[in-house]
Ligand binder design. Sequence first.
Ligand SMILES: [Zn+2]
Ligand SMILES: [Zn+2]
Length: 138
Amino acid sequence: MATVKGGCLCGSTKYECSSEPVVSAVCHCKDCQKHSGSAFGLYVGVPKNSLTTTGESLKTFEGQGGSGKYFHRTFCGDCGSSLYAAIEAAPDLLFIHAGTLDDATWVQPEVQAWSGNQLPCASINGDVTKFEGNLPSA
Ligand SMILES: [Zn+2]
Ligand SMILES: [Zn+2]
């Protein structure tokens, strides 16, 4: 059983999820590169109402994706760790940045979004279905 539990780098924010993850995904879009500061975003999707967070320093950045739909990206205001994203296209889920999990060794993405924007140095192990743009459900 995967445990969805983690927090930010400075430790002021922690989260825990009461249900199993619904999906694991990689996103190669520029927004995810910018927000994560890395080559791609690695996410674990969980039902929105199953996540409990503790800490006073959470901040949320609201923006508009390429599709014109809104997103909210939540991060620690003290240390800047990217924690999770809510996207209008999948309103019932929160996408946790897998790197913030206490243990992320079990995470195996099932899909890759925006593979057209994949950096040449970034490759994902295994046969992970690619989509040129957004995931079909999004
Ligand atoms: Zn922090
Ligand atoms: Zn993305």
